[in-house]
Design a protein around this ligand. Structure first.
Ligand SMILES: [Zn+2]
Length: 151
């Protein structure tokens, strides 16, 4: 763990990772290299964030932090096992990664785009691109391990 109270956020314009002090996270941060604004909203919630077809690009693709996306549905038993793990990870990764949840029944566009054929499916995004696909109700340790290279 880094003792310095700051967060590493990627600039979406030039790709540079900027170290943003914690006190700047609540205001508008800027990239040190190209000066583009970095959206710090929603990054310090420590909770899972619901996303859908309409805000998937804004919240996942354009996220300055890596994103773990839980693709789930209310009727899915194994998804209920993964739910509390997502809450735990969102808290553990506060300021380092976002944990988002996508209801596949209500958001078919994103579900089709990533060819979600069984749920739960966990997708890992970094720098706006899909990096990993994890299928099934995996143990927390395995999910953490898959996410480790990105946070
Ligand atoms: Zn930049």
């Amino acid at each position: 763990m880094n003792a310095v109270p700051s967060y590493l956020l990627r600039c979406l314009s030039c790709g540079t990772k900027n170290r943003i002090p914690v006190e700047k996270m609540r205001e508008k941060a800027k990239c040190g290299k190209c000066g583009s604004p970095i959206n710090t909203l929603d990054l310090l919630t420590g909770e899972t964030i619901a996303v859908g077809d309409n805000d998937f690009t804004e919240k996942v693709v354009n996220s300055p932090l890596p994103v773990l996306l839980d693709c789930w549905a209310p009727w899915c038993g194994p998804c209920k096992m993964v739910g509390p793990i997502m809450e735990d990870l969102a808290s553990e990764w506060k300021g380092r990664a976002k944990v988002c949840k996508l209801n596949v029944d209500e958001n078919p566009r994103v579900a089709n785009q990533f060819q979600i054929r069984s749920i739960p499916t966990l997708l890992i995004f970094d720098n706006g691109k899909l990096r990993e696909t994890l299928v099934g109700a995996l143990p927390k340790q395995q999910i953490s391990h898959a996410m480790a290279p990105y946070i």
